[in-house]
Design a protein around this ligand. Sequence first.
Ligand code: UD1
Ligand code: CA
Length: 453
Amino acid sequence: MAAHLAVVVLAAGKGTRMRSTLPKVLHRLGGRTILEQVLHNLKGLAHQHCVVVVGYGADRVRAQIDRPDIAFVEQTEQLGTGHAVQQVMPLLMDFSGHVLVLNGDAPLIRPGTLERLVTTHVQSGAEATILTARLADPTGYGRVFLDSEGQVLQVIEHRDCTPEQRLNTLINAGIYCYRWERLAEVLPALKADNDQSELYLPDTLLQLANVAQVEVDDPTEVLGINDRLQLAEASRVLNTRTLERLMRAGVTIVDPASVTVDDTVEVEADVIIEPQTHLRGQTRIAAGCRIGPGTLIEDSLLDTEATVLYSVLHGARVGALSRIGPYAHLRSESVIGKGCRIGNFVEVKKASVGDGSAAAHLSYLGDATLGERVNIGAGTIIANYDGKHKHHTRLGDAVKTGANSVLVAPLSLGDGVNVAAGSTVTEDVSQGLVIARPRQVVKPEWRPSYESS
Ligand code: UD1
Ligand code: CA
């Protein structure tokens, strides 16, 4: 599209109805904040400027977004959506073209719908084009009134509507395309003669001659988030869309009703996701993995054909064909090699485990580097913390630790070292067998004192 386009996102409101200290647009759904999701939806839409109007919690919002291609304008007092756009006028003084204005609290709009709105607007030559929807329950939204030719006459806010006007189910989605020069002309004339005594952006439409509308096919796209119920509803809609996208791309989801996957997660074909599984953040699951049931994976990478059963992973990497769980906990900076086994009640933190190694039962592996084909016996604990500092442990290839051994860091065990069961190893061992436990003492003649008296 050759036309010049500027994008303005309104995100200055507190979001009173959220009942939160966090600015509304920083609440999260599908792995992003509401505002990040709105900005994400702009991908694919060529534009020259992107301006976000901030106000309540401005510093927090700015810090969260932090993108060089986005400019911020501050609206110090929240006097309405029209007032918010007025704040952008100095920045776009020399701009000529069209401006797409979006409410920052409607994250479910599809990129294709935005493209359709902009294209229709530019091609029709309208002064403004607004996005509308027919909602079964339009409560809370501004109602859109059309003339006999289908042109937009005006938008009346729910609270300003008469009971008859409220029967109108055509609503304003809060997404508008304007010819910037015309909007800049009529913006200064806005008046606050409404129930909230605010300057309403939709009132600009009254001053324009030729206002068109584009109605969305899927009413879930226009959902605005004003309270926690709408946040939950929007999360559900986004999750359903993500699961459908994955299933179409060849992922099996056994029970979609009990599975949540962030929009930010990548899953390759032929992955099987079992019930009660939650995939979050910057997670990537390669082809052929089997995940769940009962698993939470956040910011983690799984290579091909790994399996994870009833486990929790945060910031972990798992190699191909490795088996995790049941009941394993891989914490940040855990790197598990290929063909490993991390089993029942094993916790791993900031440790790398070489290919073909196993820790099958009841272990803690923290701040450690394990070679290949290491076997960690049941109940082996790495004592990495002296109460003040964390220390590192290095185990060579093919090290074997006996059941219930304690490896006191800092510690280094050479290739092939075996640790006898029940040992507490405090000094480095370069080769062979280490037995570090008191000798067993047996006193056959001994009797309890009460027997001899
Ligand atoms: C708005 C529309 C309504 C539409 C609905 C769609 C107005 C007057 N009404 O109502 O017609 O049906 O969205 O969801 O525009 N904001 C600012 N500064 C302000 C006030 C608001 O930046 O002074 C931002 C908010 O942060 C929010 C967006 O504008 O992201 C919309 O504000 P909100 O108060 O939620 O408007 P609604 O009552 O939902
Ligand atoms: Ca809203």
